[in-house]
Ligand binder design. Structure first.
Ligand SMILES: Cc1ncc(C[n+]2csc(CCOP(=O)(O)OP(=O)(O)O)c2C)c(N)n1
Ligand SMILES: [Mg+2]
Length: 352
């Protein structure tokens, strides 16, 4: 079995030291905004694992190490553009103003965890693998037909590229020249299935050729490389040139989710290596080399994020239990009569 070699044989901006850092055209204010975004995502993720262990949220899909892909991509979009997340990007809405309490409520299975996608340009989180890809392709095509200049960006994993829904969405978007960015977070694992058993392609980005769209592969631990790749892809989309496949390569440094024990299948050395080269610390090193980050500022950013996240879990826990009827109310516009029987049964069994 071959895995992608450790290291970064593909474009990156953040080097190991000042002499290997590449050029970056972002203003200092944007670099610091990216840093706040990374720290907020990291803090949300780390606290979520604690809250899960305390029984305060349900099963949780950890994204530790994916923050550079998520923050780099969101910051490369315009506010009017739409984001289509999978469960791995459950908290990406925090970067668009969705309160932490809402995302915690989602993981608590509470109705206050639902949001209106139009409010923040963030679609509902999709758990069935790759189903968000055709949603995003359809949205992007609609945006083109209406001429409203909105790009869609869809997040999905390496495993998702094996799904029919990925193929259908990517193919339709390319044929219709829809303004779509297909962003693959290649963490090299689909639960316990390694990339080598997932695809025989030399790299996932090679799939772009078959759909007739450009593909670009970047180091997913380099927030600036991701930002640049997505910015260029979004510009192409906006210019009417259709979708782009961006493969952001990382290595899953945490369990698939809180219910997973990867010790039976993962390469522990690679995990250690990935944890040492993790994306938030890498970017902080870059900012320090550029004289933009001090210990005091780093501490203040962390404290602000922690406060937002702590307030979020407290607010989520303060919600009254949702009424069981909501399960049925939001399933179908015009539900079958059996729903009434099912609800009565639910109330009887659960006392709900
Ligand atoms: C249609 C469908 N099949 C199977 C599953 C079970 N499942 C949950 S996560 C996962 C792995 C997905 O891997 P990948 O696309 O690489 O995303 P990652 O979890 O690594 O972010 C699978 C198979 C599912 N959620 N949906
Ligand atoms: Mg994966």
């Amino acid at each position: 079995m071959t895995e992608l070699a450790a290291g970064s044989p593909f474009p990156r901006v953040i080097g190991d030291d000042a002499s290997s850092d590449g050029a970056c055209r972002l203003p200092d204010s944007e670099l610091l905004a990216l840093h706040r975004a990374l720290v907020l995502l990291r803090t949300y993720d780390e606290r979520s694992v604690v809250y899960h262990r305390q029984g305060r949220i349900g099963t949780y899909a950890i994204y530790w190490g994916h923050e550079a892909i998520q923050a780099g991509a969101v910051h490369a979009l315009e506010d009017r553009d739409w984001i289509f997340p999978s469960y791995r990007e459950s908290a990406v809405g925090l970067l668009r103003g969705i309160p932490a309490s809402t995302v915690f409520s989602w993981w608590r299975g509470h109705p206050s965890g639902w949001w209106n996608p139009a409010d923040h340009g963030v679609a509902s989180i999709c758990v069935p693998i790759a189903t968000q890809v055709p949603h995003a392709a359809g949205f992007a095509w609609g945006s083109k037909l209406r001429g409203d200049d909105r790009v869609a960006l869809v997040f999905f994993g390496d495993g998702a590229t094996s799904e029919g829904a990925f193929h259908e969405g990517a193919n339709l978007a390319a044929v219709k020249k829809a303004p779509l960015v297909l962003l693959c977070s290649n963490n090299q694992w689909a639960i316990s299935t390694p990339i080598a058993e997932q695809s025989a392609a030399a790299s996932l980005v090679d799939k772009a050729v078959g759909y007739g769209m450009p593909g670009v592969r970047v180091d997913g631990t380099d927030v600036l490389a991701v930002h640049e790749a997505v910015r260029e892809a979004a510009a192409r989309a906006r210019a009417g040139e259709g979708p782009t496949f961006v493969e952001a390569v990382t290595y899953r440094a945490a369990p698939h989710a809180t219910a997973d024990d990867p010790s039976a299948y993962i390469d522990h050395d690679r995990v250690e290596q990935a944890r040492r080269a993790e994306c938030v610390g890498r970017f902080e090193g870059y900012l320090r080399r550029r004289g933009l980050l001090t210990d005091e500022l780093a501490e203040a950013v962390r404290a602000e994020a922690l406060e937002a996240v702590r307030a979020g879990i407290v607010a989520a826990e303060a919600e009254l239990p949702g009424d069981a009827s909501l399960i049925f109310d939001h399933a179908l516009a015009d539900g079958p009569q059996s729903f009434a029987h099912d609800l009565a049964e639910l109330r009887r069994v659960d006392g709900a």
